[in-house]
Design a protein around this ligand. Structure first.
Ligand code: ADP
Length: 482
């Protein structure tokens, strides 16, 4: 039995949520209705029995009192008008030989009939210590036997009172209540089913939308109802998730198309020179040397671009490993200065300060970060221009500050925010210093990634035609036990 019940519960678990909710809540309503009706009926019976009990009790007490004042009693009891009985209470008195000596209501049921219909197992609300119950098809009667002595003789007083006159009426009440229960349960099932089905509509919409979403079209969204419930929240979360997926997917697509575009230019140049070599290269040493150096330079650019793309791809996949350790920024700056000075034949580069200061950083990427800014300064400062580096401690805020400034082309206000985006380049024909290699628009996005991983804030001051200053603010390393 238990196993069977258990498997019913298991099956319930696999039903649709709407059916499960409807069933659960209908069963609850049914149980509540039944309990209420049972309580109502028991209450009704209790009141009826209790009422009869009280009336018999009062009649008994009053009768006994009158008998104690025996003087007014007729010994034969026949004219005992003074016996005070509550309305509906019947009294019969028998002498010690069982002969009836008094009857308050001769038209009442015969004693034989009453004996015959005595109930062996009275209902729980009957007070069986004192009363016995007589039941016929239509009515229930309470009986109480009270022994007494009068003028030296012993008698038996028997009180009767009808508890429920119309049992059939009570039966009808029971049936009406049961019917009402059934109707209630059916209404609960129907209303519950529709209400729950309606409430779960957003889940179906969510399901349909989720089914219809394709990787190449993430533009569909779920309609969000104005209600402020859990399902609206779910729909909102789902839509926000789609927003993020769509944005990520678009960024991915843009990245691939920008990268392909960037790679196409050097490849076109290389294949152009290869054609040239094929036609004239063998005969003309000048063409040969021009083609070879152009192919070398384009291949170099391509390699640099691919390095950057790989860096960003690793960063996106969280595979770019940083080995952070306490590092002296002064040394990193001096190293960067030395390297850039060797490469810069057409600019004047100055190291204004390289104060020693320990930061917690990955040395390799920190050098890369500095190089990106220095190379940009060179790229965007015409020949003969000036570039300066300064590194110092800001004691007030416990920061290390690095400033890279140039007197190059500068960056317009509207471009200043965008230059950190991937592949973003300010119109290069206008700004690029003549004779410098073309940019890819990836350098500063890599710099931003490195800076973010090191809690470095990048700010810039720039004016078109006057120059640019990048300021990097990084927290100084604080030893844990200091
Ligand atoms: P790129 O490879 O084009 O240099 P970056 O991401 O490093 O790409 O820089 C983005 C853009 O920011 C550049 O195209 C350039 O227009 C501008 N920029 C960066 N640094 C400087 C600078 N020091 N002076 C003027 N413009 C700069």
């Amino acid at each position: 039995m238990w196993l069977r019940n258990n498997s019913i519960f298991k099956e319930l678990k696999y039903l649709k949520i709407s059916i499960r909710l409807t069933l659960t809540y209908s069963v609850m309503i049914a149980v509540i209705l039944l309990i209420i009706n049972l309580l109502t009926l028991s209450g009704l019976y209790f009141v009826l029995y209790h009422q009869a009990e009280v009336e018999i009790d009062i009649s008994t007490k009053k009768t006994m009192r009158q008998l104690e004042l025996g003087a007014i009693m007729d010994p034969s009891f026949r004219k005992s008008e003074s016996l005070v009985l509550m309305p509906g209470v019947v009294l019969r008195i028998f002498d010690s030989e069982g002969k009836q000596v008094y009857d308050s209501e001769p038209n009442y049921f015969k004693m034989e009939w009453l004996e015959e219909h005595k109930v062996e197992n009275p209902p729980i609300w009957a007070n069986t210590d004192v009363f016995s119950v007589i039941q016929s098809k239509n009515m229930t009667i309470y009986r109480r036997d009270v022994p007494m002595t009068f003028n030296g003789n012993s008698y038996d007083m028997v009180f009767f009172k009808v508890v429920t006159a119309e049992n059939s009426t009570l039966e009808s009440i029971k049936q009406i209540l049961l019917g009402a229960d059934l109707v209630g349960i059916i209404i609960a099932l129907l209303v519950g089913h529709f209400v729950i089905k309606g409430s779960l509509k957003p889940v179906r919409a969510l399901n349909d939308t989720a089914k219809s979403i394709q990787v190449d079209d993430l533009s569909r969204r779920i309609e969000v109802s104005p209600a402020n419930d859990e399902l609206t929240e779910l729909a909102n979360t789902f839509n926000t998730m789609l927003d993020r997926l769509e944005a990520g997917f678009k960024a991915q697509q843009k990245f691939v198309s920008d990268a392909s575009h960037e790679l196409r230019t050097p490849l076109t140049v290389i294949s152009g020179y290869a054609d040239m070599l094929e036609r004239w290269g063998g005969k003309d040493p000048e063409v040969l040397s021009e083609a070879i150096s152009a192919i070398k330079s384009e291949a170099g650019d391509m390699q640099a671009l691919i390095e950057k793309l790989l860096f960003l791809a690793r960063a996106d996949q969280k595979r770019q490993i940083l080995k952070k350790e306490p590092a002296d920024m002064g040394e990193i700056i001096e190293d960067g200065f030395k390297k850039i000075s060797m490469a810069a034949s057409q600019h004047e580069i100055k190291l204004l300060a390289s104060e020693g200061g320990i930061v917690f950083a990955d040395i390799v990427t920190m050098r890369q970060l500095l190089r990106i800014f220095l190379e940009n300064s060179m790229k965007y400062t015409p020949s003969g221009g000036h570039i300066a580096i300064a590194g110092y401690i800001d004691k007030e805020y416990n920061n290390y500050i690095v400033e890279i400034s140039d007197d190059g082309v500068g960056i317009a206000k509207e471009d200043q925010e965008k230059i950190f985006q991937r592949f973003y380049r300010v119109d290069s024909s206008r700004t690029r210093a003549a004779g410098t290699p073309g940019g890819t628009g990836l350098g500063l996005s890599i710099a931003k990634w490195i800076a973010d991983r090191h809690d470095i804030k990048i700010s810039l001051e720039s004016e078109l035609g006057k120059g640019t200053k990048f300021i990097l603010t990084m927290p100084l390393y604080v030893e844990e036990n200091s």
